[in-house]
Design a protein around this ligand. Structure first.
Ligand SMILES: [Mg+2]
Length: 411
């Protein structure tokens, strides 16, 4: 046993939980995410025996009161990013394994932040306070056992497996808790009288090999003794930060498009500043009503992250893209890449030309200060407290924020 304290953090019924936050009238109600097939079900729906993947029609037979939503995937991506950012505050050794799950090695954080149990409690508190989402955490000395523990902790729970009790606890569980034991393997083990992990651990490896194949036999026997040497492997950070919007029926009005791009630039700029990143390359992607698409990119003189500069670049590239094709747009997306840490902004001298794209110019400094103030106000009072001028303009026309679906671009 390595003794490394590992946390497995897993958001509960993630998509359904986000839907319940986005629409508070769904809180406490059975929610199904999906079209023909249930992609995710809230715990209230699971109580009716509904699970993913299940036909939506069949699910509704079991629970006629369930609310079916089609899914706000941009929001899921956004919430996922926010949760992962919180987790990174506790350790840089984070391995994200899916949109709603991550392993954390907290061995280096203990002297600063307390025991692994303290850290797990604080993570659960912060994720709930800052995003509204319930997250379950398992703490153990291996990735395997931490994941088993988080599953046992659900919903909205914490399970810390004491190192001296690990084997006893693991051996008391049914064999199906082990990764890789599906219904077929489970049945085979049952046929040989093996119900619990303890019984599996007590079975000679050779016998397991004969029944399940030598590879699987060794693997399952090792896990039954909590032998899982895999370290937490830090996931690479995003190489780009982006956002996109589907525009429903096509948009052509330049002012409305400018509003949409400002909204996206604001989202991207805010995320970059929060991550203390600046970017040197900017990309705009658009899709037209006739399903053709266009991509334009530009490189700044110096890396930046101000909303105004991102918006200006977006407008320039949009003009360029529309000079070839002026049909209605059904989707716009933007991304900043060639990312660097914020300290990399070089203060250029004598660029007092009022160009927000020139880092170090008076105009750019002025924009940075505006962004900082807006970010700070939003941090204290919530995202909607400060809108950009043209967001408000567009809100009056019931455009930008109405039924707007944003999709943070992931790579
Ligand atoms: Mg989950």
């Amino acid at each position: 046993m390595s003794g490394t304290p590992i946390l497995h953090c897993d958001l509960d019924a993630f998509y359904a939980s986000v839907e319940q936050i986005l629409d508070p009238s769904l809180a406490g109600r059975p929610v199904l995410v999906g079209g023909g097939v249930v992609v995710a079900a809230s715990y209230e729906a699971r109580a009716f025996g509904i699970s993913a993947p299940m036909n939506v029609r069949r699910a509704l037979e079991r629970c006629p009161d369930a609310v079916v939503v089609s899914g706000s995937f941009g929001e899921y991506s956004d919430y996922s990013d926010r949760v992962m950012e919180i987790l990174r505050d506790f350790t840089p050794l984070l391995e994200q394994i899916s949109i709603d799950e991550a392993f954390l090695d907290v061995s280096g954080s203990i002297h600063l932040l307390g025991t692994p149990a303290d850290i797990a409690r604080e993570i659960r508190r912060r994720v709930k306070a800052e995003t509204g989402l319930p997250i379950s955490i398992g703490v153990a000395s291996s990735k395997f056992l931490a994941k088993v523990a988080s599953a046992a902790a659900k919903p909205d729970g914490l399970l810390v497996v004491d190192p001296s009790d690990e084997i006893a606890w693991l051996h008391s569980l049914p064999v199906r808790v082990i990764w890789g034991i599906g219904p077929v393997t489970e049945r085979k083990l049952h046929d040989h009288g093996i119900q619990t992990v303890g019984e599996l651990a007590a079975t000679p490896v050779d016998a397991l090999g004969r029944w399940l194949g030598p590879g699987a036999g060794h693997h399952l026997h090792a896990l039954a003794w909590n032998r899982d040497p895999r370290p937490v492997q830090t996931t690479r950070r995003a190489k780009s930060i982006g956002a996109q919007s589907a525009l429903g029926r096509g948009l052509t009005d330049p002012e409305e498009l400018s509003g949409v791009l400002l909204h996206l630039a604001d989202r991207v700029g805010t995320r970059m500043r929060k991550k203390h990143k600046v970017g040197k390359t900017f990309t705009l992607r658009v899709r037209f009503e006739d399903m053709t698409s266009a991509t334009r990119a530009t490189t700044f003189d110096a890396p930046l992250n101000t909303t105004a500069a991102i918006h200006r670049a977006a407008m320039t590239l949009l003009d360029d893209a529309r000079s070839d094709h002026d049909g209605p747009l059904t989707l716009v997306g933007i991304a900043m890449s060639k990312l660097a840490d914020e300290g990399a902004i070089q203060m250029e001298l004598a660029l007092d030309d009022g160009d927000v794209s020139h880092a170090g110019s008076v105009a750019a400094d002025h924009q940075s200060e505006i962004d900082r103030q807006i970010d700070r106000a939003r941090e204290r009072f919530g995202r909607d407290v400060v809108g950009r001028a043209s967001d408000l303009l567009n809100k009056d026309r019931r455009r930008v924020d109405d039924g707007f679906r944003k999709l943070a671009e992931r790579d």
